[in-house]
Write a protein that binds this ligand. Sequence first.
Ligand code: KIV
Ligand code: ZN
Length: 387
Amino acid sequence: MLHDPNRVYVFDTTLRDGEQVPGCQLTTPEKIEIAKELEALGVDVIEAGFPISSPGDFQSVVELSKAVSEPIICALTRANKGDIDSAVAALQYAKRPRIHTGIGSSDMHIKHKFNSTREEILERAVEAVKYAKKSVEDIEFYAEDAGRADVRFLAQMVEAVIAAGATVVNIPDTNGYCLPDQYGSKIKFLKENVKNIDQAIISVHCHNDLGLATANSIAGLQNGARQIEGTINGIGERAGNTSIEEVVMILKTHAILGLHTNINTKNFYELSRMVSSQMRMPVQPNKAIVGSNAFAHSSGIHQDGFLKNRENYEIIRPEDVGFPDASIVLTARSGRHALKFHLERLGFNLNKEELSEVYHRFLTVADSKLDINDQDLLLMMGKQQLA
Ligand code: KIV
Ligand code: ZN
């Protein structure tokens, strides 16, 4: 089958990078429940864990491998034989196993984390890939802290690990350091200067320390990467990882980019709530795509425009991401149009003068409350409750 050059693969690391967050740890049954929903969402790869890190994580990778059949199941390792052996054992039941191995690529990591040299690190990277390749065909290599790495050395590393058998090369902005054009240029440089680059897929893995994870991921895709790594709700180390729902909806909204995924976007909202509740990590109300205010219109100007034509203030239909519906929130900033909309919904059809009179009463009440609910409106209309 011919490879579709515009297909973007989605690699979910909610259960690995996301689960590393303090307080977000999950039991194996909880991980299985989320993994099944990720499968229904249509992700291509599930990073199930880091098997050497604990017996519990090892077991989770074993059980997830049994429970899920469609996506590739991936296990993380450092670039050493012990980690790789553990990952191979944990992946024994996976229908489509992948090993994700790697090592630091920035001079910062090489000197101050590994106390090593570029030459030695390169050797260890190649050895790890060759060793993993003996047991598993699909090998993803991560060049940790690639965002701060010297691009020529990075290119040398990428070329060497592809020659050693890597099928995917992950270029993480581990510290969320890059600007989108810097990150995009790095991917472009690799595309143009690594002679065997067409033998592997370039993957983007961005962190959100400067709030740029999504923008950087998109810049990477625009410059030739074809796999995006992220998590549901953007959870992950420190400020988090790229939020999968954001990247997918950007590609869908900006069809001009010509890129597409296999994601059933209608599943986003429910899965977001499931991850939030199981991981005890609330979703901020203004979070793009899945936050509780993502489709709530509250100012009078916006409400008026929205009620005339939703598309004045709606670039994504809530139902496309499984969100219950857009809402018109009544506050002291709301106008007559929004009040009329809600009163009609409750069965009150007022003429212009009546509406004007109720609107003044409404403003008095709204000034003393954060928002106005149906019960407040009924009281305002002299009713205790709906008939
Ligand atoms: O952020 C990072 O560099 C990682 C790697 C382990 C892929 O999570
Ligand atoms: Zn990461």
